[in-house]
Design a protein around this ligand. Structure first.
Ligand SMILES: *[C@@H]1O[C@H](CO)[C@@H](O)[C@H](O)[C@H]1NC(C)=O
Ligand SMILES: *[C@@H]1O[C@H](CO)[C@@H](O)[C@H](O)[C@H]1NC(C)=O
Ligand SMILES: *[C@@H]1O[C@H](CO)[C@@H](O)[C@H](O)[C@H]1NC(C)=O
Ligand SMILES: *[C@@H]1O[C@H](CO)[C@@H](O)[C@H](O)[C@H]1NC(C)=O
Ligand SMILES: *[C@@H]1O[C@H](CO)[C@@H](O)[C@H](O)[C@H]1NC(C)=O
Length: 260
């Protein structure tokens, strides 16, 4: 049989992507993501409850760059025409820096990203809450982008795009901002509504048991965020203890979000 190096290379690069298949811009380097002691890497299935405040993020090696942005996007928002889906921006924070010292995180060490520039989030973190609609499983994708050389205009593109969370297209937005080749690391995790699917339509159809107004679906209702605390990460977690003071702070006030 003929040996075809191109096919082998293609296979290798497919294996290397750490963002979900089809997601662009894809990342080849792993972004370490954890919610307290709960690792959220590599498509791990997480309980919704574990994911409601912004995670700790880092990389195994220290990256080059003086400022970074993190984006988190749900790729599996239900629509009224299943199985078609939409996207939702869950988080966009610019002005991150990376610690110059590694922090022990479980069995590995990570250089954590810190939120110490004083820059307000372009999109505050919204915790996953997949409704009882198709698809029940959602892939929450995180990417870290090098913004060291980004101009004020580039950042303004990000800020203005973040104002419309639904239908967020990471490739289009980053391309417009000149940052499409600056994705340094990525990850995704999976949060799944236990079901059953209560409706394929939205709440404006009261006979359909739409997912916005009725709490029979576990992940489906209007939700009040938890009271903010000074320490954002679950106390007792190894990462939280070692990293306290350097973690991304949570500044979500008691706003009410419609979940998606
Ligand atoms: C980062 O800090 C800014 C300014 O204090 C704050 O507005 C924002 O919510 C913080 N982001 C996170 C993810 O904690
Ligand atoms: C997400 O997790 C659920 C529950 O384990 C599983 O059924 C589903 O296939 C997973 N989805 C993806 C995209 O990995
Ligand atoms: C909800 O469904 C109605 C029809 O059932 C449609 O007109 C409306 O645009 C939908 N709203 C959203 C936000 O999808
Ligand atoms: C409302 O939902 C019901 C049950 O799913 C469906 O039969 C009906 O066509 C829907 N009506 C509209 C306007 O979407
Ligand atoms: C939600 O809908 C179910 C039936 O679909 C109903 O039994 C229940 O009372 C409703 N709950 C609320 C809070 O409206």
């Amino acid at each position: 049989m003929m040996y075809n190096p191109l096919l082998i290379l293609a296979g290798v690069s497919a294996t290397l992507a750490v963002t979900p298949e089809g997601f662009e811009p894809a990342a080849d380097s792993t972004l370490l993501v954890s919610f307290g002691s709960v690792s959220a890497e590599g498509g791990n299935v997480l309980e919704k409850a574990a994911t409601q405040t912004a995670p700790t993020i880092g990389t195994e090696s220290q990256l080059t760059g003086s400022s970074f942005a993190v984006l988190m996007i749900d790729l599996d928002i239900p629509t009224d025409s299943p199985p078609a889906t939409n996207t939702l921006l869950h988080w966009m924070q610019t002005g991150l820096t990376q610690s110059t010292t590694a922090t022990t995180v479980g069995s590995t060490t990570a250089f954590l990203f810190q939120n110490n520039s004083g820059q307000a989030a372009f999109a505050e973190y919204i915790g996953p809450a997949p409704p009882a609609r198709i698809p029940l499983s959602h892939r929450y994708t995180q990417i870290v982008v090098d913004t060291s050389d980004a101009t004020a205009d580039n950042l303004a593109v990000l800020q203005s795009a973040a104002a419309s969370r639904q239908g967020f297209n990471a490739l289009n937005v980053l391309t417009q901002a000149g940052l499409e080749s600056k994705v340094l690391a990525g990850n995704f995790f999976n949060v799944t509504n236990p079901g059953p699917v209560t409706s394929t339509t939205n709440a404006s159809n009261s006979t359909g048991g739409g997912s916005f107004g009725n709490s029979t679906g576990t992940g489906s209702v209007t939700r009040t965020t938890p009271t903010p605390t000074s320490s954002p990460i679950v106390p007792g977690a190894a990462m939280a203890q070692k990293a306290s003071g350097m973690l991304l702070g949570i500044a979500i006030v008691g706003a009410v979000f419609v979940t998606l």
